[in-house]
Each structure stands twice: as structure tokens, then as C-alpha cells.
Design a binder for this molecule. Structure first.
Ligand SMILES: Cc1cc2nc3c(=O)[nH]c(=O)nc-3n(C[C@H](O)[C@H](O)[C@H](O)COP(=O)(O)OP(=O)(O)OC[C@H]3O[C@@H](n4cnc5c(N)ncnc54)[C@H](O)[C@@H]3O)c2cc1C
Length: 435
């Protein structure tokens, strides 16, 4: 079996894996034999930032070839498909038919299996929860050869372990999801600059009841914590659609990160001023609103050969403003700035998955170029704030959180462990669970 170097989105490592592309359902039956020799892991599009989708030295079952649609009921919007189907393809195919994904993350280049395994969230958690809330049925292949089916009513404990289960309960081969009705691809959006965190929270609170989507970009280099708040609702009048403009590609990997001390402050100031200038109401296509970063393919290469980290926390709402303020202060003090800073609130609802990340509160996500020990020292200080505030970090974005923080943030971990597939393991599970 050939060894292939594989990275995740943060490009922090490029270790050798025994990669096995899966195309046919029937190819799943050989998995159990192989995983007796090496532990395996499913890999979708590798859009996770850290090591949750990596398994160096072991098997990596690449599921993107399992990309068949199985069944669609146009009266109910129930879609059954294989786990390698991309969210992009579901949107493209079904929006013209009047149905779209209820929950979608900041990139559409993600598989259905990856969306379930990380129980991903979008900009509408306060109105529609996370991806797992819309999954009706999952078929799992275990490495002992058995097939397990689960859903909110059928084997519900297996369902709760698999939604947000980080790929560790088995390989999801198929899923049925509930799409939501839509008139077309357009959104009525409003962009509002804010000057500080109090203004952000006032905007977030007052938008929850009447706006389906809310999100904000935060300028973590500004001493006042200014930012740009965006909210949107589906447009109920316009239907089809000039096709979205194509994407461009990052042409090369620069020898050093383009995001650095010299570029960050001018980048952030220019972006803030441009968005402030464009603020107000507009009708936008869903692609630039939901997936602004998909415009530049392989943008992750701009951080250079050392790669980058994303640090995403969620903090309970009662202490959310103070803890966010403290984190932003630490970041400003450290000089390890971030261009991609996202601040948003999660709604008051608990997630289905035993290890799902979303919980009621405020979530801050920031990208940092990998500067080695100085970046890690900053993360240690941020970890202390998250721990004190009884928050948690998002495994889909993580490559370094300490085990104690993971255990403190995910109190259902020991319940989850009884559902693990012993033939499956990842870099993240070895780092945070021990096997
Ligand atoms: C630009 C960008 C923006 C993003 N924005 C958001 C966001 O707004 N919200 C959010 O929640 N996330 C966001 N993410 C993270 C991304 O949505 C998740 O990491 C997602 O899980 C990646 O899916 P994937 O198909 O690439 O899976 P991978 O990254 O390849 O794998 C992720 C996990 O899923 C498991 N897995 C994959 N397929 C299967 C399968 N068939 N069976 C069992 N397990 C499987 C893997 O083992 C691994 O544990 C973003 C990522 C990027 C790059």
C-alpha cells in the first residue's frame, strides 16, 4: 500500500498515510480486514483545520468518491445520499428545485459525512441549530464488518455518539437529511459596523428573533474591538439566478506567511473601512454571503510553508462578553494578530451529539500564522480564559488543545467512549483520548 503525504486545511503537518480512495459501496467491505493491521479513519475533504481528520502511518479512507444521491422526495424535502456528497453539490442541485441545506458552514467544500462527524454549525444556530438537528438517518459501517443504522428514534444513543463523533464510531456510508424549503438563492442582508463588544452583543440580541442568519467580522487589532455585523433572511420574491462568478486560486505558496506584523494592521483597517463604506441593506446571492472564502481556492497557502492554526472557542453567555474581551486583550498584547476573526452568538439550544461543539453562548474564531512557541504561549493564555469561563474549544479546528481542557469542555466524553470503533483512531483521538 502506497504511503502518501496528507495535510489538513491548516497545513501544519504533511505526514505519510496509507490512503485508500473509496468509490463503491462494496469497497467498504474490505475495510475491516485492513484495519486489523493499521487503525483507519474516514477523510472527507480535509477541510478540518487540525488533526481530527489525520491518522499518520495508519489508513485513511477517502470518502469523497462515495458521492451518489440515493433518493429525494420533492414533497417532503428528504434527501438520502452517500456520505461523500459535497454540500456544494446539494445546494447547486436542489436550490433550483426549491430546497436547500438548513445548516451550512463557511465553506461548501465539505462532505455530508464530515458535516455530521463534526456536527458543523452555520450562521443560523440561533434559529435552526447545527447540522445534526436535520439528520434523519445514518448508516454506519463498523470495522468488525457490521452495519449499524441509527437516527433520532432508531438506536438514538448511537445517533448521539455519531453526530459530532469525530469519525470515531465507524464510517458513515449513507445519510438522510431534511432540506428546508426556499424560494431561490437570494438573501436580504444588512451590514452594520459596530465600535465595541457591547454594541456587538446589542446587535446580536436584537437580531435573533427576526433574522435567520447573523455573523460578524471582528478587527482583533483594534483597541476598541470594532467590527462589522452582518444579518440576513431568505429573500421570498426573487427566484432564479445568474450563476455565481467563478473562483480564483491562490497561485503559489509564498516562502513566508503573507499574514504578518507588517500586513495585518493595514489589512484589517482597509477591510473595516471598505465594509463600513458598503454598509446598509442589499440583496445578495447565498454563495458570497455563506462562503466568502471559497472565492479564493486554496487561500490556506497564503500562510506559507509553516501553515496556520485556527482557535475557536465557545463561552457561556453569562460571562461571554468579559471572557471575549480578555481574549482579545491577550491577542492584542501578544502581537500574534489575526485577519480572519469571526464573532457570533449561538442560540439557546443544546446539541444532539455527545461531543458536539455548539452550546448556548458566544463563539470566537481566529486564524493565526504558525510562529511556533510564541503562538503556543498565546494559546496557553487563551486556554486559561476559556477554562475559567467554563467554555470549550472546537475539535474540528484544533491541533493542540491540552487534554484537560478537552475533558473539562466535553463532560459526556466517558459516555461517548463506549460507542467507539476499536479499529478507528485519529491524531486527535490519540492526543486527547490516548488511543
Ligand atoms: C473556510 C472554512 C470555513 C469553515 N467554516 C465552518 C463553520 O462556519 N462552521 C463549522 O462548523 N465548521 C466550519 N469549517 C470546518 C468544516 O466545516 C469541518 O471541519 C468539516 O467537518 C469538514 O468536512 P470534510 O468533509 O472536509 O471532513 P474532514 O475534515 O475530512 O473530516 C472531518 C471529520 O469527519 C470525519 N469524517 C469524514 N467523513 C466521514 C465519514 N464518511 N464517516 C465518518 N466520519 C467521517 C473525519 O474522520 C474527521 O473526524 C470551516 C472550514 C473551512 C476550511
Amino acid at each position: 500500500m502506497q504511503l502518501t503525504p496528507i495535510s489538513s486545511w491548516g497545513r501544519l503537518t504533511s505526514e505519510l498515510h496509507r490512503a485508500i480512495p473509496l468509490y463503491e459501496h462494496s469497497s467498504l467491505s474490505n475495510l475491516c480486514k485492513a484495519s486489523r493491521q493499521y487503525p483507519g479513519l474516514a477523510y472527507g475533504m480535509g477541510r478540518s483545520y487540525g488533526d481530527v481528520c489525520l491518522n499518520s502511518g495508519g489508513l485513511l479512507w477517502q470518502t469523497a468518491g462515495l458521492n451518489h444521491l440515493i433518493r429525494f422526495d420533492s414533497t417532503t424535502g428528504r434527501l438520502a445520499c452517500e456520505a461523500g456528497v459535497l454540500l456544494r453539490d446539494i445546494q447547486k442541485l436542489f436550490i433550483p428545485k426549491g430546497w436547500m441545506l438548513p445548516v451550512t458552514p463557511g465553506t461548501q467544500m465539505v462532505t455530508v459525512g464530515g458535516a455530521i462527524a463534526n456536527d458543523i454549525h452555520g450562521k443560523n444556530h440561533h434559529s435552526l441549530g447545527s447540522f445534526g438537528d436535520h439528520v434523519l438517518h445514518i448508516k454506519i459501517k463498523r470495522t468488525d464488518g457490521s452495519i449499524l443504522e441509527c437516527g433520532p428514534q432508531q438506536n438514538p444513543e448511537w445517533f448521539k455518539a455519531t453526530v459530532g463523533g469525530l469519525g470515531l464510531t465507524g464510517i458513515i456510508s449513507e445519510a438522510e437529511i431534511q432540506l428546508k424549503p426556499t424560494v431561490g438563492p437570494w438573501l436580504d442582508s444588512e451590514t452594520i459596523p459596530y465600535d465595541n463588544l457591547s454594541e456587538f452583543f446589542a446587535l446580536a440580541d436584537s437580531s435573533e428573533a427576526n433574522w435567520e442568519h447573523t455573523v460578524s467580522w471582528i478587527d482583533c487589532m483594534s483597541p476598541t474591538n470594532r467590527g462589522i455585523f452582518m444579518r440576513a433572511n431568505p429573500n421570498r420574491e426573487l427566484q432564479l439566478t445568474p450563476a455565481g462568478k467563478g473562483s480564483k486560486k491562490m497561485p503559489f505558496t509564498p516562502p513566508v506567511s503573507l499574514v504578518n506584523q507588517l500586513t495585518l494592521r493595514p489589512f484589517n483597517t482597509a477591510y473595516y473601512n471598505l465594509q463600513k463604506y458598503k454598509s446598509g441593506k442589499s440583496v445578495v446571492h447565498y454563495e458570497p454571503f455563506f462562503y466568502p472564502l471559497d472565492k479564493l481556492l486554496e487561500w490556506n497557502r497564503m500562510y506559507g510553508p509553516k501553515g496556520f492554526y485556527q482557535y475557536q472557542s465557545v463561552i457561556p453567555r453569562s460571562v461571554g462578553q468579559d471572557a471575549t474581551q480578555s481574549m482579545l486583550k491577550e491577542i492584542e498584547k501578544s502581537g500574534e494578530g489575526s485577519f480572519l476573526g469571526v464573532l457570533k452568538t449561538f442560540g439557546n439550544r443544546n446539541s444532539i451529539g455527545m461531543l458536539s461543539f455548539p452550546e448556548p453562548g458566544v463563539t470566537l474564531a481566529l486564524d493565526f500564522p504558525n510562529h511556533g512557541s510564541s503562538t503556543h504561549k498565546l494559546f496557553d493564555r487563551l486556554d486559561a480564559i476559556v477554562k475559567e469561563a467554563k467554555g470549550r474549544l472546537y475539535p474540528a479546528k484544533d491541533a493542540r488543545m491540552p487534554k484537560e481542557l478537552f475533558e473539562a469542555g466535553y463532560p459526556k466524553l466517558s459516555e461517548f467512549l463506549q460507542y467507539r470503533d476499536p479499529g478507528i483512531s485519529s491524531e486527535l483521538s490519540r492526543r486527547l483520548i490516548g488511543y
